[in-house]
Design a protein around this ligand. Structure first.
Ligand code: SF4
Length: 318
């Protein structure tokens, strides 16, 4: 099969920061993968082409790249299954600093975040035998433990696009793996960390991370597991999150639906005119997009009393 590989090229040493695309004609077998095609280009046409790909079996996650517009492992993606009009376009994954061609800076993108979360089980000093867990104890972790740290979930993350410092689904999946490991004795410190700035509460639950993970680890759900645990332990070190949830509950309980303007003010702890002024830039942006809620027009919805009774029942008041 004859195809054109359109490959992202960038070499800070020769063409500065500006990326270009270079087309290569290759003849590949019917069952060739995109990584096979890239290897062929590097071996037979252009030894300067840079990309990563170690195991060639879908284990190492190193060959994660954008292939015809979607994040995939090049070693698992067949050319035949992706080629369009005899062409395959190959780019680095999004949101990531590129060092050369298809080689990107995983340290800046992901590894530094994982290091900050102190990977590695930290057991308490304990009697011999504490490591003998049965299968049921480790079962919830097994999926997360298979994470290749390929970064494809971070590539799909809609928060990292606007805030590169958000811990992101890959690092938070690593945090989950340690927090829920019964052998780990560092739960307090780990939870304090993910519960703080740039952590679990910045996730917008768009579920993009789940759909980008090629291993079915469902990183968005792992973030929710961490959030549930934070709730069960009481949200003690993030007053902003606490205010947000209390306001949410109060609003739905009292009026049957969400008072979005009050939620924004309560979350930010607005209690005076200066606080109101600090919210003005956000309010102006919301107004321009026709999304500025008016707290004065927020009224009880029909059935609000029934909703309130449900809350009271749950709270054990009636
Ligand atoms: S959770 Fe999935 S997509 Fe994210 S780094 Fe791990 S293997 Fe890759």
């Amino acid at each position: 099969m004859q195809i054109t590989l359109n490959i992202h090229r960038k070499d800070p040493a020769t063409n500065g920061e500006k990326p270009t695309f270079q087309a290569y004609q290759v003849e590949v077998e019917e069952d060739a993968t995109v990584l096979d095609a890239l290897l062929q280009v590097r071996d037979q046409q252009d030894p300067t082409l840079a990309f990563r790909g170690a195991c060639q079996s879908g284990y190492c996650g190193e060959c994660a790249m954008h292939i015809n517009g979607k994040g995939r492992f090049a070693c698992l993606q067949s050319v035949q299954g992706i080629v369009k009009k005899d062409e395959v376009k190959v780019e680095p994954i999004r949101n990531i600093p590129v060092l050369k061609d298809l080689v990107y800076d995983m340290e800046t993108f992901l590894f530094r975040k994982i290091k900050n979360l102190r990977p590695g089980v930290r057991p308490a000093a304990a009697p011999a035998g504490m490591y003998e867990l049965d299968d049921a104890q480790l079962a919830p972790l097994r999926n997360a433990m298979t994470c290749h740290m390929c970064g494809l979930c971070d590539e799909g993350c809609t928060v990292i696009v606007v805030d590169k410092d958000f811990m992101g689904p890959a690092a938070l999946t690593k945090a989950y793996r340690h927090v829920f490991d019964p052998r780990d004795a560092d739960t307090e410190a780990r939870m304090a960390q993910v519960n703080g700035a740039k952590g679990i509460w910045d996730c917008t639950h768009c579920y993009e991370a789940n759909s980008h993970c090629p291993l079915g680890i469902e990183p968005t759900d792992r973030i929710f597991d961490l959030r549930d645990l934070a709730f069960r332990r009481g949200i003690t070190n993030n007053p902003r999150v606490e205010r947000h949830h209390l306001s949410f509950i109060e609003s739905v309980k009292e009026t049957g639906h969400l008072n979005e303007a009050k939620l924004a003010m309560d979350t930010e702890g607005v209690t005076n005119v200066r606080g109101l002024i600090s919210l003005m830039p956000t309010a102006v942006r919301a107004f321009r997009r026709g999304k500025l809620p008016n707290p004065l027009t927020h009224k009880k919805r029909p059935g609000a009393e029934k909703i309130k009774r449900i809350f009271e029942k749950v709270e054990g008041k009636k």
